[in-house]
Ligand binder design. Structure first.
Ligand SMILES: [Zn+2]
Length: 302
C-alpha cells in the first residue's frame, strides 16, 4: 500500500514538474550571430538541433564589420535573441551599444583565448586586443578554437543540447583539421611566398601556410589611393619583384587594376569568406578556402 501511494505521489509530482517545464523547454531558441563567418560555424554546431534557429545579424552581403553601423533590423533581431555569438578581437566595434541596449543578453566571443596578431603581423602577447588583427577565422586551426568557444557558449545557454552540440563540434573539428592538412600540403612548397592584398584579412592565413603578405594596399575597402601613395607603392612592388595582387570578391578592385597596369603584376582573387550565399552548403567555408588555395597555387607556382 505504501509503495502504491508513493508511486502515485511520484507520478503527480512528475506531472506537475512536466507542466512547469514544458513551456520552458518547448520554447524555440534563437541564436543570433554577428556576421557571416560566425554564422557559418554556428550553423554547423547547431546542425540537426530541433527548435534552434541560427540567425545572422548582418546581411550575408555585409562583409567585414569594420565601421559597421547597427540598423533597426539588427536591434530587432537581437531583442528576440537568447544568445549573441560574435567573432571578437575587435571586429564588432558596436559591442558597447549592444551590451547597454541588452544587458541581459549572453554574448559569446569566439576569439576568446585565441592567439592574436597585431595589425603589423607580429604575434600579440597576452590578451591585448587593442590594434589586433580580427580576421582570425582565415586560419583553420584558429577556426577550430573559435568553434570550441562557440560550442561552449551554446552549451551554457542550452544545457539540454550540450551533447548534440559537442558531437557537432567533434565532426566540424575533424573537417577543419583535414582542411588545414590539405592547405599545408598544397601551399608549403610554392616557389614564391609574397602576396599583396587589398584588405588586411590574410595575415593569419599567411602565417599558417608560410606565405608573406608583402604589402596591404588600402586599409579601408573602397578608399582610393592618392597619386603619392600610388607612386610609392609602385616603387615598393618593383623592389619586391612585382608579386601577384590579390583582390577580394567583396571589394572594389580599382586600385589593384591600376597597380597591375603600372607594374605588370597579375591580379587574382582571394575570398575572406565574409560574404556568401544565403543558404550555403555546410562545408562552404572549406570550399572557399580550397578555391583560395588553387588561386595561390596558380599565382605563386612555377
Ligand atoms: Zn576585414
Amino acid at each position: 500500500m505504501k509503495n502504491v501511494f508513493r508511486g502515485r505521489l511520484l507520478r503527480a509530482a512528475a506531472l506537475l514538474l512536466a507542466l512547469i517545464l514544458v513551456p520552458v523547454l518547448s520554447g524555440a531558441e534563437t541564436v543570433v550571430t554577428s556576421f557571416y563567418p560566425v554564422w557559418l560555424l554556428a550553423r554547423n554546431l547547431a546542425a540537426g538541433l530541433e527548435g534552434v534557429e541560427i540567425r545572422n545579424m548582418a546581411a550575408p552581403s555585409a562583409g567585414c564589420l569594420h565601421d559597421y553601423q547597427l540598423q533597426t533590423a539588427d536591434m530587432k533581431a537581437l531583442a528576440s535573441a537568447d544568445v549573441f555569438l560574435i567573432s571578437g578581437a575587435g571586429m564588432e566595434s558596436f559591442l558597447p551599444q549592444i551590451a547597454s541596449a541588452f544587458p541581459e543578453l549572453p554574448i559569446v566571443e569566439a576569439a576568446e583565448g585565441v592567439p592574436l596578431l597585431s595589425e603589423d603581423g607580429a604575434l600579440q602577447v597576452g590578451d591585448a586586443e587593442e590594434g589586433a588583427n580580427a580576421h582570425i577565422w582565415l586560419d583553420p586551426t584558429r577556426a577550430i578554437l573559435m568553434a570550441e568557444n562557440l560550442a561552449a557558449g551554446l552549451s551554457r545557454v542550452m544545457p539540454d543540447r550540450a551533447e548534440a552540440v559537442s558531437a557537432n563540434l567533434e565532426a566540424l573539428t575533424l573537417r577543419l583539421r583535414a582542411l588545414d592538412e590539405q592547405l599545408r600540403e598544397g601551399l608549403s612548397s610554392l616557389p614564391r611566398k609574397d602576396i599583396v592584398t587589398f584588405h588586411e584579412a590574410f595575415p593569419y592565413f599567411a602565417q599558417a601556410y608560410g606565405l608573406r603578405v608583402a604589402a596591404v594596399v588600402n586599409k579601408e575597402p573602397g578608399e582610393t589611393l592618392t597619386p603619392a601613395q600610388t607612386a610609392s607603392l609602385i616603387a615598393v612592388l618593383r623592389d619586391l619583384g612585382n608579386p601577384p595582387l590579390f583582390v577580394e570578391p567583396q571589394y572594389d578592385d580599382l586600385s589593384a587594376r591600376m597597380l597591375s597596369a603600372e607594374t605588370g603584376a597579375p591580379v587574382f582573387t582571394l575570398d575572406p569568406v565574409v560574404t556568401g550565399p544565403e543558404d550555403p552548403p555546410m562545408d562552404y567555408y572549406e570550399t572557399v578556402m580550397l578555391q583560395n588555395m588553387t588561386a595561390l597555387q596558380t599565382a605563386l607556382g612555377e
